[in-house]
Unconditional design. Structure first.
Length: 488
């Protein structure tokens, strides 16, 4: 990384929040895929990153000039149970880059070896999950959803043992607005170190919400701002049928970005009960439960802020936090409904819209309709083709719903831009689970062409692409129930 513009405020200002550490030495690091446009955005020399020295930097063997190399401390509720010490068990923060737009962004490695937070794990990552996170993060970015992004996927030249046997070792270099998590606050609050909780809150405000620094109640306002971003984020997930799969508090960012694409997936058939993660046996993180879990996670953040908001009257502080927290369901529903109106092509707001949207989801659930294809077809219905949902939505009541929908559109007024506006928010292409698995299986056998093709298609998800019809279809019958794994 030739003279990148590093400015490592986390390391400089938050001593005691991390452990200095260096990545493991690996036998043969090679950059398998580099996100050149992102590298350019970050002011990095993409050609250098493809050299042997660049590969060593991207797997953590070598610290780039001006960079850092630290494992970040955090705690977290995992499936409802609290772990007071998690931390970067297989990851390193390599520093903060000021990108060409003046934004501060973390450069972080995942799979770079054991750290003091590894808790018996090997600290490694393997190729499949690394490429999955690369693919899913870029897909979410193209869909307009706040997310961490992949800078590079590199192989290490070593073999890593996993449940299915030996697999190819790999490291993901990813970029985020920051890696501050709800769990970061929990780490210090659980130890009664409220001085450091305050230090962290001040840092989070300065980094992500500087406009609230001089308000009368900055810590309460911090909570309000984080909640607002999370309400918008989870609604955006639901709008495209995304299931995160492991919404632990250590996987909820203060910045409002999607992070940690482990056992994630996208819906084919619509179901609020959809679960894909092999370890989510109780459906805690099911598709339709994601808003509830975000609300629950935010309550855990609120607990860490009580003494900052009013150290002399904790009951008063709790009351203030609860007043904000109780607004989350309505806040989320408002984001969801605003987005749903866009998906339905409604330019005005009427009271009946919530029922209209919910009734469509009920029909899709009853019919097991393909979530993405159904919404994409709605622009043709809006354009007057009442048959556009044939073969997609056949549940009893569909004809009546279409009539109600077209009647609602008449009240919305004529618009030459409605179809284009709907097609700009209802994607044609999502990371179809069976196509993701095809691409990862081929990559494991040394063939990156399916991965590259899928990445290219997903980079413009709203625009029809010639020869990409297979990427619009749900899994074939023989694919069976889809199960995802966290990769550790």
């Amino acid at each position: 990384m030739t003279q990148p513009d590093f400015d490592n405020s986390f390391v400089r200002e938050l001593q005691g929040f991390y452990v200095d550490w260096k990545g493991a030495q690996v036998p043969d690091p090679k950059v398998l895929r580099l996100n050149r446009p992102l590298a350019d955005e970050l002011g990095l020399d993409a050609d250098h990153l493809m050299t042997p020295d660049g590969a060593q930097e991207l797997v953590g063997m070598r610290i780039p000039d001006g960079g850092s190399s630290v494992a970040m401390a955090y705690a977290g509720h995992q499936f409802g149970g609290f772990s007071p010490q998690l931390g970067d068990g297989r990851a390193l923060l390599i520093g903060e880059l000021i990108d060409r737009n003046g934004n501060r962004r973390d450069l972080h490695l995942k799979g770079s070896g054991k750290t003091p937070f590894s808790r018996g794990g090997d600290g490694k990552a393997v190729l499949g999950p690394v490429l999955r996170e690369y693919l899913l993060g870029e897909a979410m970015h193209a869909l307009g959803i706040p997310t961490t992004r992949a800078l590079a996927a590199s192989t290490t030249g070593e073999t890593v043992l996993r449940n299915n046997g030996p697999e190819q070792g790999a490291v993901l270099a990813r970029v985020a607005a920051s890696h501050l998590r709800v769990g970061t606050f929990q780490f210090f609050a659980a130890r009664g170190d409220h001085g450091r909780v305050k230090q962290l809150a001040d840092y989070a405000i300065a980094r992500h919400y500087p406009e609230i620094a001089d308000t009368d109640a900055p810590y309460l306002e911090l909570f309000r701002q984080v909640q607002a971003r999370q309400a918008a984020l989870i609604a955006s997930w639901v709008h495209v049928g995304f299931v995160h799969g492991v919404m632990n508090t250590d996987n909820m960012t203060i910045s409002g970005e999607t992070i940690d694409y482990g056992p994630c997936a996208f819906l084919d058939a619509y179901s609020p009960d959809a679960v894909f993660s092999s370890i989510d046996r109780q459906g805690r993180y099911a598709f339709g439960n994601q808003p509830n879990l975000a609300h629950w996670n935010l309550a855990r953040l609120a607990e860490t802020l009580v003494l900052l908001i009013n150290p002399d009257d904790q009951d008063a502080a709790i009351s203030q936090l609860m007043e904000v927290l109780e607004d989350f369901p309505a806040q989320y529903q408002q984001h969801w409904l605003v987005g749903m109106r866009k998906k339905l092509g409604l330019f005005t707001a009427r009271d009946e819209d919530l029922v209209l949207a919910n009734d469509l989801h009920s029909l899709m659930q009853e019919d097991g309709s393909d979530y993405t294809r159904t919404f994409r077809a709605l622009s043709r219905v809006a354009d007057g083709d009442a048959t556009a949902l044939d073969g997609l939505l056949q549940a009893e009541g569909t004809v009546d719903w279409i009539a109600r929908y077209q009647h609602r559109l008449k009240h919305d007024g004529e618009s030459d831009t409605r179809v284009a506006a709907m097609d700009a928010v209802n994607p044609i292409y999502i990371p179809r689970n069976h196509k993701v698995e095809e691409a990862l299986a081929a990559a494991s056998d040394g063939d990156m062409e399916p991965f590259d093709r899928m990445l290219k298609i997903l980079s413009t998800p709203f625009v029809e692409q010639q020869g990409a019809e297979a990427y619009t279809l749900p899994a074939p019958d023989g694919f069976g129930p889809y199960t995802t794994y966290c990769g550790t």
